[in-house]
Each structure stands twice: as structure tokens, then as C-alpha cells.
Ligand binder design. Structure first.
Ligand code: ADP
Length: 427
């Protein structure tokens, strides 16, 4: 059992490439923490620094309360499983799983017992005498997992272990990984770019983009109460509806989000009202998930948008409707990219850490510059102007219909123009 603390950890690769930027995060004893983010955001780099396979440029790593920056990998008691868990081809499944115990000179009866127990839990007990070359991809990953976990490490690190498997096998193995590591109580850090894996496996999810931690929380916190527009959009199985609105407070009666042809009113009793009203006269971004919108009858008097159904899309388990409502959809604001600072720097002193330190203060200025050149939502490129609505398994509308859509006000998310939440997320 073990805890992991990362304190302002930075990784700069040779060539001044900033891969992880001052990232602070902890995984508690026995926790299943998922690192989620687009490809290239620094997830594997972070995992490899925890394992000791990659040097930390700056910041501190603590394993179980012990400073671990300079601990050799073998002294960290960490087991790692990769995307294509390489096995010893000339050893049987039994020999592969037993290997870490054999080199630790464990008692042979204990080795037999552990291998039998684990192979049953991983559903590979029928394959114990076979060689890896005769196994399916799913079975090979199970063996790799068994070999990693057999000596009960303090920390289990998994780097996209399911991404080479087909969809059915992924779902099956996902449930087994979850059951196995939870039954063993081993602290696990699991890297993926797949939001479904993250939501289904994690105790907590940490979302990264361009080497920067964007948000961390339970799956429900991150989904329902995301810290930024980027996080909201990344954790969305359909596209997030993101609209620009002007904030008004007419006669101070309520707070109004004015979308042009449509308005939504937020009562002062709503805990978000005060924070939103601070932007009166200015513009904000409003995020609505397709499942926070629902068809309502013409007579519905609650908060609603109306428009014309442009298209319906069948997804097997549900229908999506695309509604033309006359409101411009805006692109999701990308969080600032710290990498340009390091990569663009020419006058290197040869001391990478010093360079990073010197460059950090520039960020605020550059952000202000970006704001000045204009990310105004109504001046940006509008990808589309449809509102996406989840209809469930019945297409209640037809293309061309006039339609009214009810808005669940408790589900709307309000961001500044650069994508930060206006009403602070609860954690
Ligand atoms: P992820 O796991 O999120 O896909 P990685 O941690 O593998 O991302 O990589 C983060 C960034 O660092 C990528 O842009 C990648 O190209 C770069 N990178 C990774 N390893 C090295 C390396 N050894 N040298 C230079 N750049 C690297």
C-alpha cells in the first residue's frame, strides 16, 4: 500500500521540450487514479517519472512519505504494465507470471499458490502451460497484468493497457482490472485517453492537456462540475453545446443570460447567480450537455429554446437531434500552451531548469496578449449553429419540425471567454 505525491513536477526533454509543467497531484493509499487527456499531453511521461524510468527536471516526488526523486526504479516497489505487455516468449504463462517471484527467490510453494490464485482471478488458469505466442491479445495482457501484480507491489502503474484490444475485450478486461486491483487494495495510477475507461474505472480522474493539470476529482465531479470548458468538452460522449451569451440583470430582478434570440433567467436564489452577475454587460460562455436538454411540448413554460429540427441521427442506443436555433456555437477555448515558451526560446543557458523558471513569469503577459488579439466568442469561427439534443431511443421529432427544447438549469455550466468556470466547481 502506498501514497504518491507529485509536487510541482516539471519535465523538460532534451531539445527544451516542456512535456509536464509544474504538476501537483496525489494518489492516496489504495486509490485508483486515472490520468486522462489527449495524446501527447504528458500522461506517460508522468507515469515514467513515478516509476523512475524518466528523470524529474524540477519538483518533488514522494512515495509513501519518502522523497523519491533519486530512488532507483527497483527501490520504488512499483510494477508497470504497458500497452503491449511484452512477455518472455519462451516461458509458459505460468513461467511468465512466476518470474518476478522466482528472481526474488520466493518459496516455490508460495509461487505456485500465488500463480494459481492470480491466474484464476484473471481467467487464464486454462492457459498456464501455453506459450505467449499461442494466446489472444486479451490473454497476453492478462498475463502481463498477472506478472506485474504477482509480487504485490506498493504501486501499480498502467499505461493504456487496453488500447490494443478490441472493444468487447476492452470492456471485459476493464471490469476485471477494476475488481482485481480493488480486491488487492494496491494504489493504482492508470493512463488512458479514453473517457469511458476513465469514468468507469477511476476513484478520481486527473485531466491533463499540454503537460498542464486541468482538473482533478471523482468521475461525477468532473462530469457534472468541470473546472474548465476544455474539461467539459473532453468528457462528453456527444459534442458539448457551447454558446455565447451576454449577462444582464434587468432592474436587478434576476440574472439573465441573453443569447440573442433566446434568454435564460437565473433567480437570485440560485447559488451561481452572484458570480454570474459579476459579468453584467459582458459576455460569457454557456455549456449545455446534450443530455441536459429535452424535447418539451409547445405549452411548456419553463426555461426553453425553440427552433427547427435540421437533422436526426441514429446511434443505435439513442437518437440525437440537431436543432437550428439561431444561436452561434463557439469553439472550445484551448487552455494556454506553456510549451511554446520553452520550445521557442533561442538563447539557452544550457541550464534547462533555470530556463523554465525564467520563462514562467512570461505566461501571464502572453495570456493577456492572446485576449487582446480577440477570442471574442462572436468574432471567432463558428463551427456550426446547431444545438445537439439527446432524444433517448424514440425520435420524437422529424427533420423540418418546429421544436421546443427544455433546459435543465441545474445542468448548465458557465465559463469566462477563455474557458474558466465562473461559479467555482465544488471539490
Ligand atoms: P501521452 O502519454 O499523453 O501521449 P507523452 O508523455 O508520451 O504523452 O509525451 C508528451 C510529450 O513529450 C509529447 O509531445 C512527446 O512527443 C514528448 N516526448 C515524449 N518522450 C520524449 C522524449 N524521450 N524526448 C523528447 N520528447 C518526448
Amino acid at each position: 500500500m502506498s501514497s504518491v505525491v507529485l509536487d510541482k513536477v516539471t519535465k523538460v526533454y532534451p531539445g527544451d521540450y516542456l512535456a509536464v509543467d509544474r504538476l501537483s497531484l496525489r494518489a492516496d493509499d489504495g486509490e485508483f487514479l486515472v490520468l486522462l487527456g489527449p495524446s501527447g499531453c504528458g500522461k506517460s511521461t508522468l507515469l515514467r517519472m513515478i516509476a523512475g524510468l524518466e528523470e524529474i527536471t524540477e519538483g518533488d516526488l514522494w512515495l509513501d512519505g519518502q522523497m523519491a526523486n533519486h530512488l532507483a526504479p527497483r527501490d520504488r516497489d512499483v510494477a508497470m504494465v504497458f500497452q503491449n505487455g511484452a512477455l518472455y516468449p519462451h516461458r509458459t504463462v505460468r513461467g511468465n507470471i512466476a518470474f518476478p517471484l522466482e528472481i526474488a527467490r520466493s518459496d516455490p510453494s508460495l509461487v505456485r499458490e500465488r500463480v494459481t490464485e492470480l491466474s484464476k482471478a484473471l481467467h487464464i488458469d486454462e492457459t498456464l502451460d501455453r506459450r505467449p505466442g499461442t494466446l489472444s491479445g486479451g490473454q497476453r495482457q492478462r498475463v502481463a497484468m498477472g506478472r506485474a501484480i504477482v509480487r504485490q507491489p506498493k504501486l501499480f502503474l498502467m499505461d493504456e493497457p487496453l488500447s490494443n484490444l478490441d472493444a468487447g475485450m476492452r470492456t471485459e478486461l476493464r471490469m476485471e482490472i477494476s475488481a482485481l486491483v480493488r480486491s488487492l487494495g494496491v494504489t493504482t495510477i492508470y493512463v488512458t485517453h479514453d473517457q469511458v475507461e476513465a469514468l468507469t474505472l477511476a476513484d478520481r480522474i486527473a485531466i491533463l492537456n499540454r503537460g498542464v493539470l486541468q482538473d482533478v476529482g471523482t468521475p461525477a465531479q468532473i462530469y457534472n462540475d468541470p473546472a474548465t470548458a476544455f474539461v467539459a468538452a473532453f468528457l462528453n460522449s456527444q459534442q458539448l453545446n457551447l454558446l455565447a451569451a451576454t449577462v444582464r440583470t434587468p432592474q436587478n430582478q434576476y440574472v439573465m443570460l441573453d443569447f440573442g434570440p433566446h434568454q435564460l433567467t437565473i433567480a437570485w436564489s440560485d447559488p451561481r447567480a452572484y458570480a454570474i452577475s459579476q459579468h453584467t454587460g459582458g459576455q460569457v460562455l454557456v455549456g449545455l450537455r446534450p443530455d441536459g436538454l429535452a424535447p418539451v411540448p409547445e405549452t411548456y413554460e419553463g426555461p426553453a429554446f425553440y427552433g427547427r429540427v435540421r437533422a436526426l441521427e441514429y446511434h443505435g442506443h439513442e437518437w440525437l437531434a440537431y436543432l437550428e436555433c439561431g444561436m452561434p456555437a463557439v469553439p472550445v477555448p484551448e487552455p494556454p500552451d506553456p510549451r511554446g515558451r520553452v520550445n521557442g526560446e533561442k538563447n539557452g543557458t544550457g541550464k534547462v531548469a533555470g530556463l523554465v523558471r525564467r520563462l514562467f513569469p512570461q505566461r501571464k503577459e502572453e495570456r493577456q496578449e492572446q485576449e487582446q488579439v480577440g477570442q471574442h466568442p462572436n468574432s471567432g469561427i463558428h463551427r456550426r449553429s446547431d444545438l445537439i439534443i439527446r432524444l433517448g431511443n424514440r425520435p420524437v421529432w422529424r427533420a423540418g419540425d418546429a421544436a421546443k427544447v427544455g433546459v435543465d438549469l441545474s445542468r448548465i455550466m458557465i465559463f469566462t471567454l477563455d474557458g474558466a468556470r465562473i461559479d467555482p466547481p465544488r471539490r
